[in-house]
Design a binder for this molecule. Structure first.
Ligand SMILES: [Zn+2]
Length: 355
């Protein structure tokens, strides 16, 4: 082992022990270690990224890891681990079915019987507890409709037409119909428990709510506007910090001093000519910078141009700098992003590869 290889290993060790973060790749570059890393892993093809090479060094491997299914391709590397197979679809499927088989084999006969009993007991004719319903609805938030729901909706549409194009509840009120009464009670409860639902209804935001958003007393519900993932970062005290998108989560992971959704700027929307609040993604009160994260394609929308114009004016007035973060930022920080340890967070970064 030569001295430079030792330097690489030393750096890796420090990184693993959290003495160095998160600009690990920057440190590698500053110490001119990239060439050393490539040289130490010459057995890997040219397309192997520095992060993958580092894992080979870390695991003290001297030859390419081969997929056990096809026995030809290189093992897939992703997010700082080696996957169970290569990136071909066939091998992935094979690996999946193997895992299922293995789990089933490991289960004793008794356990299998118990399990199928449990499943049938739990689902037939039983009423769900309120807690179970709450859990389920939380899990379903932002997810696609199940087949069952789609079927139900189709049936209700059929009923609507069978009723001569009239809704089944036409003419009925909660005083005359028990189902309507039940529905209205449950809606009331829902709104009481989750006032943000009203916000999501979009155009019908009350003046009071608007004022609350502008003053920072209230922040609209966190839902991901660009992905279906429930995106969060686990903090050191195990608390979960939610983000509206994995773009924001990644940006924050690399800039942890920034304040999330702190600065609120008023603007007049061209859509309804009313005043709305633009919540800036990140605020740096030390260097006086506001950051807004937006994919470039969304910048063609008039509403976004208006919002950003308002933000720039606010910045001029308050002597702040306005910085727009687009896919370009992620592209130029791709190495740093891949060097992040995301195992404890729920942040999907598959999109980084597609940039
Ligand atoms: Zn394979």
């Amino acid at each position: 082992m030569n001295e430079s290889r030792n330097r690489v290993i030393d750096l890796l060790y420090k990184y693993k022990n959290r003495q160095l973060k998160p600009y690990f790749m920057k440190t590698v570059k500053e110490n001119n270690l990239e060439d050393v890393i490539v040289k130490e892993t010459e057995f890997l093809p040219e397309d192997a990224k520095i992060r993958e090479r580092l894992l080979y060094i870390e695991k003290d491997l001297n030859e390419i890891l081969i997929c056990k299914f096809c026995k030809t391709n290189r093992l897939k590397y992703c997010n700082n681990i080696f996957r169970c197979c290569c990136s071909s679809k066939e091998c992935y499927k094979q690996n999946l079915s193997n895992t299922v088989k293995l789990i089933h084999e490991k289960m004793s006969e008794e356990k299998k019987r118990e399990r199928s009993k449990k499943i049938s007991n739990s689902s037939i004719g039983k009423k769900m507890s309120e807690e179970a319903i709450k859990k389920l609805s939380k899990r379903m938030k932002g997810k696609k409709q199940t087949l069952e729901i789609i079927k139900k909706r189709r049936e209700s549409i059929k009923k609507y037409y069978a009723n001569g194009g009239k809704h089944w509840s036409r003419g009925q009120t909660k005083e005359t119909n028990a189902s309507i009464l039940k529905m209205s009670e449950s809606l009331k409860r829902t709104f009481k428990e989750n006032p943000e639902i009203l916000i999501n209804a979009g155009k019908k935001i009350s003046i009071i709510m608007k004022a609350k958003i502008a003053s920072g007393e209230f922040t609209p519900n966190i839902t991901n506007s660009w992905t279906h993932w429930d995106c969060y970062v686990t903090l050191e005290n195990n608390e979960k910090k939610k983000f509206r998108s994995s773009w924001e989560a990644i940006f924050w992971l690399l800039n942890k001093d920034l304040l999330y959704e702190k600065t609120r700027i008023l603007y007049t929307s061209p859509e309804d000519n009313e005043e709305h609040t633009f919540i800036m993604d990140f605020t740096d009160n030390v260097d006086k910078i506001l950051y807004e994260i937006k994919p470039l394609e969304l910048m063609n929308k008039k509403i976004n141009l208006v919002k950003i114009d308002a933000a720039k004016k606010w910045c001029d007035k308050n002597q702040y700098k306005f910085v727009l973060i687009t896919e370009q930022w992620y592209k130029s920080n791709i190495d740093v992003i891949f060097s992040l340890d995301l195992s404890k967070h729920n942040v999907n970064i598959d999109w980084v590869n597609k940039l």
